[in-house]
Ligand binder design. Sequence first.
Ligand code: F6P
Length: 371
Amino acid sequence: MSMSIGVLTAGGDTPGLNAALRGLGKAAESIGVQVIGFYDGFRGLMENRMLHLEGSTLSGILTIGGTILGTSRDKPDAMPVGNKLLDMTEAMVYNYRRNHLDALVCLGGGGTQKSAYKLMKKGLNIITLPKTIDNDIVLTDVSFGFDSALGVATEAIDRLHSTAHSHHRIIVVEVMGHNAGWLALGAGLAGGADVILIPEIPYDIAQVAEAIVRRSRAGKRFSIVAVSEGAMSRQDYEEYKRLQSNVEKENKKGKKKGQAELLEFETYRRGSTLRLATRLEELTALESRVTILGHLQRGGAPSAADRLLATRLGTAAVFFIQNQRFGVMIAARGEGVEAVPLEEVAGKRRVVPLDHPWIASARSVGTCLGD
Ligand code: F6P
């Protein structure tokens, strides 16, 4: 009997997901392997909602953003059902068996790697691919989606330059990336931002203001501040650490007050880019404006580099399935690919190391990193 494989896309969408589905689907079709795509991430597997990926379904999708399968952030063991969060793992195992699948390929970021690992522990043959614009998955050189988002954020910074220059303003541009600074650092460096603030380096607002005033005195009456959505001032960082440690202490005693305080702090943090711009106005006497790039960074066509990467990883997945190599993430390594054990990926996050060459280059060209 010929093989059947399932595939799903989970977590936030990224450019390149369709390219990966196409690569996987076409490579499978060429050797007579059937591919079933499940809609909306793990939810579609639970509900057994599917689309056969073959022939015409795989045509014309290489260049299209998003995912033809749809996606969701639902987790197998905490699935919203009615007004409850239920562990629906067994329903997924059941549907995997019911469809006589030989393997399930999960395309996703950190959360998806963790969920896929849990399904692996239930005995399913799992393979994952690393996708996220945040580029924060461990043990892969890069994840697909990152290059496309980097291009969008860099172009935005390029465009903001002329308006900031004309109006002699500070423009604070917020870049996505969750709790990792890859996107803000990469786009800030490529776009020549004057200040780059990332979660890995809690910032001192006085240092940022001083860098802007110094530019002003040197006749450059505008500044571009690229700030990662996860960046924090030193003060906020201290508070965050304190609340986190309260939660850890309370977890042992089963209390809930710390968790509520942490959630409240997360809500407060959502406005931090606006507060940063206001404070910089006060400290520099320059006018400021804020641009939040948001989901623009995730939408639209994948870059050529992401199409190549996603196709490389999608086709490689079929090779590993044929060779019965399961329980792995197919990582990008140099020009090739490498299978890394899922247990070494699940639950980990790759942040920017402080000795990363991009940080050194930013400092060398005089960019203020807020420290
Ligand atoms: O993980 C990708 C990402 O775009 C993050 O950069 C961002 O914090 C988050 O997803 C936004 O998620 P949502 O689309 O669910 O608002």
